[in-house]
Design a protein. Sequence first.
Lengths: 303, 282
Amino acid sequence: MGVAETSLSSHAVRGPSWDGRFTVLILFLPPALLLFTLFVVLPIGEAAWYSAFNWNGFGRPTNWIGFDNYRFVLQTRAFWLALRNNGLIIAVSLAIQLPLALTLALMLAERFRGAVALRMLFFMPYILAEIATGLIFSFVYDGDYGLVASIWRAFGAEPPHLLASTSTSMLAVLIVIVWKYFGFHMMLFIAALQSLDKSLVEAARIDGATRSQTLRHVVIPLLYPTIRLSVFFAIIGSLQLFDLVMPLTRGGPADSSNTMVSFLYNNGISRMRVGYGSAIGVILFVICVTFAFTYKRWFMRNE
Amino acid sequence: MSSANTARTPFEPAMLFKAVFLAAIAILVLVPLLATVLGGFKSLGELRVNPFGLPRHWEWQNYADILFSGRYWQLLRNSLIISTLTVTMTLIVAAMAAFTFAHVKFFGSSMLLSYLTLGLLFPAATAVLPLFIKVRDLGLLDTYFGVALPQVAFSLAMSVLLLRRFFKDLPYELLEAALVDGCSYIKFFRYVTLPLSRPILATVGTITFVNSWNAYLLPLVMLNTDALYPWPLGIMVYQGEYSSEWHLILAFITLTILPTIILFLLAQKHIVAGLTAGAVKG
């Protein structure tokens, strides 16, 4: 009796539950896998395939040219300019944006009147669309009507057209990048500061450490994981920057403010040079993935 | 960090420096935004001599003309359709996949999960040409779905990760009790998991919505007809048409970022939590 009862109840639990799990498995997983494979993974593989052809996208690709597209890309001066610009964005993110975000986070993680309002204000540029931000700043920089022009005129100087000069266009874009993204990094640091173990900070204070000593030897080291994360986002963000550049400069003048993606757009997509554009895409993909894996291996091993 | 520090000292030069520094940054953030909103109320002539200050004559006409034109509302409608499609499909597809990863142990489960998270490593732009050809071959070019489906695919990685973690953290006893009472996995998902997961669904939904609402590259590549353009494309066309009539462009920008700012003020918590926590756990 006892045996029969237990076997019956265990059947009642295990039987339907395994069936249920199997149904879940065959109903719930395929939509995600299918969409992801179709629109994310396959296109990457196809990019590698198309990049071996000289193809305008119509009919089937037939004109096999091997690695020529890669050679053409690497021989284009604009490609190296775009790569340099991505490097500049990363440098500015690390040298200016990150310290700024960290300083603001340390100030605003404390509780005082207005702290929350300031956090929200500083975060606001991040949620604005890149396109809107770019347009706002193309007004700010406008040589006739813009804010910068009016400041210049107030000093009696001839207003510059910052976005129209090869020597200043990238600088102008970099300023907008910092303006738009510092708030995001600040929020990362604030979130980290608020989950810090406060007893460590208090212990340091009790042991007689000054404010700046506590900061340097306790708080900042505790923030290292977040700093590494912030650097990671800055670099990945730089590699995919596009929307912001288009309304400001479209990558010009003379390719001086192209990023990798705007270079890809201007040279591959807008002219439907599928093979050439795919080669740029593959190069960008390799850079992103190599970077992500090495960075994770070297700097984020424990996370 | 601790509130005790602030009250303790009566005056420090450091406090003054801090106040000045914060005020300076606040001004740098605010001035371009305010100048945009106010610029929409000025005439072109006044904009040139007075880009910073309050308008001497408030030109409500600039805003009224845009609000009474069909164009503005059509752009918002298109954006709303694309974003709603994207959010709905992302939530359904990602929640189902996340539920499977959280509760069903099967061979290859962790491998499939890392396969999905590959999507976090590279931007959609890398494969946008083959993506264009695929969407064209599927006959989805110049349709809302042609934009929404790839957006869903690219938001899956982050969404599945966030949802799976939340589903796993729900008390396991709930599932055991439900199964003993004869509830199926699918019913459990529908009637227990989803209702309990409203906060994370709201967070994931908000991130996906903001990303889709602001997106530019995918609609730019997939759409050819003006009538289907979401607002980021539409505003670029508008700027092209009114190239230096900045007062009109500024009014148009203000009206198009207004929904984002209203949403941000209403759903700050979800947006900040989603965009930062989502980032940290990714």
